[in-house]
Design a protein around this ligand. Sequence first.
Ligand SMILES: [Zn+2]
Length: 420
Amino acid sequence: MGNASSNFKLITAARLIDGTGSPPLERGAVLVEGDTIRAVGTEETVIPPEGASVERLDYKGTVLPGLVDCHVHLIGIGDGRPGDDLNKLPDEVLTLQAASNARTHLYSGVTTVRDCGAKHRTTFMLRRAVEMGITPAPRLVLAGRPVAIVGGHLSYFGVEATGEVECRAAVRQLIKEGADFIKITATGGTTQTSFPLRPSFTVQEMTAACDEAHKFGKHACAHCVSSQGIVNALDAGIDTIFHARFNEPDGSVRFQPEIADRIARQGVFVNPTLHVKRARIWAFEQQIESGPLDEDEQSAYDELRREYDSNLVCFQGLRDAGVTMVSGSDSAWGNYTMGGFPHEIEANVEAGMTPLDAVVSATGDSAKSCAIHREVGTLEPGKKADILVVDGDPSQDINALWNVADVFQNGALVDRRDFV
Ligand SMILES: [Zn+2]
């Protein structure tokens, strides 16, 4: 084993994006010692210590922070099956699927994921296997099971809580098992027994869950697809809102600027999950190529397209209000397979972000929403060396994120040779 001075890497590239929102640096360099970033800047300013033995890696493209996907479901398949059906698979199969998805996402340049809800203890078991070196994965920020009401969205994954006492108990149980944060389904969703246009928990119940999480130094996130659900989550002290759909109980959509202002004022992050819906639209469009849709499919397709357009309008409204929008794919939910995080980041550009803002939404800002920004998310001295190198310039063309050259995790080059 070499001494400490032999453990340096100097990574240079045509340009560097640090993930803070600063403009790209031409001829950028990152100096890594062991698992930690020691210096970041231009090639002229980043100088390894004198006499140190340094591994030098020079790239034609762009060096940036490893991506942080703030919303995944590692147990998902992404083949279009609804969650109610996914839930019927045995835990053992779901755990293996989670391992496969975790590896795929890591190899695609995602070095941190926040898993927003899995069945039973599957993701906690994945973490144990990862810690033993059995299978590779991005850094894992885990909720374990989501906290739901009886029959509520994702209640089939194993937690149904009623009243403030059970909400606190659910949070304590999850933290005991290893939860890094708490995911609450504040409204219904695709779950058949739930009511997607209405809030689920009372404000008192959700306040108890959030308070209990905060007491342990954990953050709390809520799935919200109704305006009242968003308001309740804000009342309860939520830290991140997923989806943020402004649906009314009658099915209409009405963007409410005063709610957006409140989200911004409270410093709550919003993860808009645009592509998971577009992936379903694309699946229908693929189907149309081989023949017309039946009546039900056609009306579902039309509805999805209307919803997607209104999602884009709400996205703009939230951004205009000053809300920090963070990228999270929601894969492998619905038709959105793992390993395709750039689809979501690109959708943010379609919705109005500059490519550079979209990169920040998937690195520095995303890490903040996962409360992991002291460790990762930007290229800054002292942070863990989770680094992505792509061909091309994602600050000009966001689709350059698809062209992964290399991925570094904790300073080590990830071996992607078995990945096609
Ligand atoms: Zn989700």
